[in-house]
Design a protein around this ligand. Structure first.
Ligand SMILES: Nc1ncnc2c1ncn2[C@@H]1O[C@H](COP(=O)(O)OP(=O)(O)OP(=O)(O)O)[C@@H](O)[C@H]1O
Ligand SMILES: O=C(O)c1ccc[n+]([C@@H]2O[C@H](COP(=O)([O-])O)[C@@H](O)[C@H]2O)c1
Length: 187
């Protein structure tokens, strides 16, 4: 079994995540892609509750035939949210699985602040996808969608419906859960 991991805040998930996962599934010889929402963000990002982000990720996964799944592993570990620790745990727990790690090229500038990136590279094949707007050497594939969770949150804060950036089923969960100020009167 070959699994590619896409870790992220998913605050909220958007079509860029779906495109990144689809691209890897379609071209990189993996059987499955696991979305791995952050429980505690290592750099202290303030996020909507974990369970609500998991629900939105699950809605995103339902856009696929089943190869995209959501993992709650970072809550099971409940540690500092460092990817090297999550990966070491997964490698031990699934000895017959070969893992890849997907990151967007925007992350490259953060890597000096990651814990033990060298060790990550020894445990997993690292696939750096070309995120539109972040050209870099050695990325895989064409530039992917110019969309971010930040942009989605900005639209929601302005009372706009980000229906071109977020699958409708994901937006429905965000509305049900009252995330990102949805359902609250705007001041
Ligand atoms: N449009 C995209 N194209 C390619 N990769 C992406 C895209 N959006 C996110 N990613 C990658 O998915 C992973 C998780 O991203 P994350 O959940 O932080 O979304 P984000 O849009 O970057 O969020 P924010 O705007 O809140 O920082 C990261 O590796 C990121 O580089
Ligand atoms: O391992 C680290 O040191 C590390 C530092 C920062 C971020 N990460 C992971 O990188 C992934 C993308 O993070 P972000 O900030 O783009 O949502 C997510 O899975 C984080 O847990 C990992």
């Amino acid at each position: 079994m070959k699994v590619a991991l896409l870790g992220g805040s998913f605050n909220p998930p958007h079509v860029g995540h779906l495109m990144a996962a689809s691209y890897v599934h379609a071209t990189q010889g993996v059987d499955a892609v696991w979305l791995m929402p952050t429980f505690h963000h290592p750099f202290g990002k303030q996020l909507e509750p974990f369970d609500a982000r998991v629900r939105m990720c699950e809605a995103l996964c339902r856009e696929t035939s089943g190869w995209l799944q959501t993992s709650r592993v970072e809550r099971e570990l409940a540690g500092g949210g460092r990817t090297v620790d999550t990966l070491a745990y997964l490698v031990e727990r699934y000895p017959d699985t070969r893992f890849s790690l997907i990151i967007g090229s925007d992350i490259l500038r953060d890597l000096p602040n990651w814990k033990d990136f060298d060790r990550i590279q020894r445990m997993a094949r690292v696939l750096v996808l070309y995120r539109a707007g972040y050209p870099a050497p050695d990325t895989v594939g064409p530039p992917l969608a110019e969309v971010s969770s930040t942009q989605v949150r900005d639209q929601l804060a302005r009372g706009l419906e980000p229906s071109e950036l977020v699958p409708s089923a994901v937006l429905a969960v965000a509305r049900e859960e009252g995330l990102f100020g949805l359902g609250r009167p705007r001041g």
